[in-house]
Design a protein. Sequence first.
Length: 83
Amino acid sequence: MRLRVEFTTEPFDLDEAPTHAVVAREVIQGAGLDAVDVGPFGNTAEGGADEVLTAVDSLLRRALASGATRVSLQVNVIGEETR
């Protein structure tokens, strides 16, 4: 199964990316997922179910430990994994 995760972390700071936002993006960019798109108001990535769920676990733990007071995320099934 393939999944797409979309997420944001709060609180926002339009002048400088907060530590929790930087950490969350680093987790996703380093997770070996495909179609990674990071931006100031939202981030998305796609991959196999195990990889996405592992990345989401790390994302939540590390972002909260880095000062996030809210993490909004959505996970969608986008298809079957091709092997």
